[in-house]
Write a protein that binds this ligand. Structure first.
Ligand code: PRP
Ligand code: ADE
Length: 169
């Protein structure tokens, strides 16, 4: 399998419009900045739609909050379009999305390029036989699992997630 890991810069959702915040709002320093491809104005629109929250979930982490990107349909669509443009003619059979935020971006990319979508889930969520891999996070370790046999050796897969922090060990 030819593996590629595709990342944006992107977060896990808040709990909806009607909820009352349980903790003090944190100070927001800025929206994300971009240092890639200044010729495509979609990149700056995407960057400026991502909220950066310092010291969440713990001191020293600059949390890149993609929930704000999801509130801007044009920026969300631009995000999907950029990936679709990159992968549409590459004979990709499988888009694998990393839980949780890869579940937001992976499916629309898969549909647009005519690939199947395979969820890569946190441990013990999938009911059938799995293949699994342990990895390090910027703030902890985790393991990811996928149903065995959903990707065949001859297939080409793109792994979609929102962001690389440590990129693993
Ligand atoms: O480069 P790394 O160090 O691997 O960190 C990046 C990973 O961490 C975050 O997910 P997280 O495990 O926090 O899960 P979530 O999407 O459910 O919030 C993020 O969505 C990436 O998957
Ligand atoms: N800095 C960060 N922002 C958003 N999600 C993350 N996951 C790991 N590190 C992160």
């Amino acid at each position: 399998m030819d593996k590629m890991r595709e990342i944006l810069l992107i977060y896990r959702g808040s709990t909806g419009v009607a909820t009352i915040p349980k903790r003090k709002p944190m100070s927001i320093v800025h929206m994300a900045s971009s240092n890639v491809d200044n010729t495509d104005d979609r990149i700056s629109r995407i960057s400026s739609s991502i909220r950066v929250i310092p010291n969440f979930p713990k001191p020293g982490i600059m949390f890149q909050d993609i929930t704000t990107l999801l509130l801007v349909p044009k920026a969300f669509k631009d995000t999907i379009d950029l990936f679709v443009e990159r992968y549409k003619d590459k004979n990709i059979n499988v888009v694998a999305g990393v839980e949780t935020r890869g579940f937001i971006f992976g499916p629309p990319i898969a549909l647009a390029i005519g690939a199947k979508f395979a969820p890569m889930r946190k441990p013990k969520k999938l009911p059938e036989e799995v293949i699994s891999e342990e990895y390090s996070l910027e703030y902890g370790t985790d393991k990811i699992e996928m149903h065995a046999g959903v990707v065949h050796p001859v297939e080409r897969a793109v792994v979609v997630d929102d962001l690389i922090a440590t990129g693993g060990p």
